[in-house]
Design a protein around this ligand. Structure first.
Ligand SMILES: [Zn+2]
Length: 318
């Protein structure tokens, strides 16, 4: 991690339009990079388009995992734009985003968002090379020629390449899954509702869950473990990212996180050893009590994260 004192200051300029006058007033020169991110139903996309002297010189689209947020897609586009800037050989670059939230996050010193951090690192590299980047916030769909492709992220959503460009799991998703509803109705809905089935195995109770999730400070891989939303064949299959939902041990059995944790023979040895260490059997019905016991949850989570990592690696391709 960069020391905060070495962190680069990021600021942005607000634009009302992108007319020739505005461009002149702001003395915009060099490369113009427009970024965009969007999310519809189960598809998330990001895109960037680069313009020089009124002509598009480069364009790239990215496909993000379905559980990524709009914010992540916008931030990912900014990350890619700054990465492109570093390698462009151009010294003056103007980056445009219509995501005020992303720009505010970039502006805020010491923010721990991984994409913001990576974006700032790119900006720092570019500055060290002697480059000058200016970032502009423009409200979406300012009607100018350069912005005609502002919706290109929507096209990116549609393309279904094998590998996802970005799949860091947003912790906010887990939190919102757990506290979707007001406290009054939450427990009943959560307990009896049809959603978040896997999460409920780990966190069956509302009050306990809030406290636990705060204490556990789950990393993205751990979040995949307790939600089942991750690189598991059954989950990926649902989003057409995998041709079969089956596990390697038996194609008739869905490769879900629960299967991998409690029954898949591939982890039989690791599971047995863990059971010996913690003195509890790894069973579906016991997952919530295991995760709630501080003395043993650590060991269990380590075992789970290994499985999540393996699955991500294994299911990279279809
Ligand atoms: Zn299996």
């Amino acid at each position: 991690m960069t020391h905060p004192a070495e962190e680069i200051n990021v600021d942005f300029i607000t634009l009302e339009d992108l007319s020739d006058t505005t461009i002149k007033d702001h003395k915009m020169e060099g490369l113009f990079i427009f970024t965009d991110g969007s999310k519809t139903e189960e598809k998330v996309g990001a895109a960037m388009t680069c313009w020089k002297n009124g002509r598009e010189v480069y364009c790239q689209k990215f496909c993000l995992a379905s559980y990524c947020t709009v914010f992540q897609s916008e931030m990912y586009a900014l990350y890619q734009a700054t990465k492109y800037a570093c390698n462009s050989g151009v010294s003056k670059i103007n980056i445009f985003s219509d995501s005020r939230t992303s720009l505010e996050v970039l502006k805020k010193p010491g923010h721990t968002n991984p994409l913001a951090f990576a974006t700032k690192s790119n900006l720092k590299i570019f500055a060290l090379k002697g480059g000058e980047v200016r970032i502009f916030w423009k409200r979406s769909h300012i009607g100018v020629q350069r912005n005609e492709r502002a919706d290109l992220a929507k096209q990116a959503e549609k393309h279904t390449t094998d590998a996802l460009d970005y799949d860091k799991y947003p912790i906010a998703y887990l939190k919102s899954t757990i506290r979707q509803d007001s406290a009054k109705v939450w427990n009943t809905r959560y307990r009896d509702g049809g959603t978040a089935a896997i999460t409920k195995l780990f966190f069956p109770d509302m009050i306990q869950s809030h406290r636990l999730i705060r204490e556990l400070k789950l990393c993205p891989l751990q979040v995949q473990m307790v939600t089942g939303h991750g690189g598991f064949a059954h989950y990926l299959y649902k989003f057409k990212r995998k041709t079969s939902p089956g596990c390697i041990c038996d194609p008739e059995i869905n490769e879900t996180i629960v299967h991998l944790l409690v029954e898949c023979p591939r982890y039989g040895k690791a599971r047995f050893e863990l059971e010996q260490r913690i003195g509890v059997r790894i069973e579906k019905e016991l997952l919530s009590s295991i995760i709630a016991k501080k003395e043993i949850s650590h060991e269990f989570i380590k075992y789970g994260v290994k499985i999540v990592k393996d699955a991500l690696q294994r299911n990279k391709s279809r």
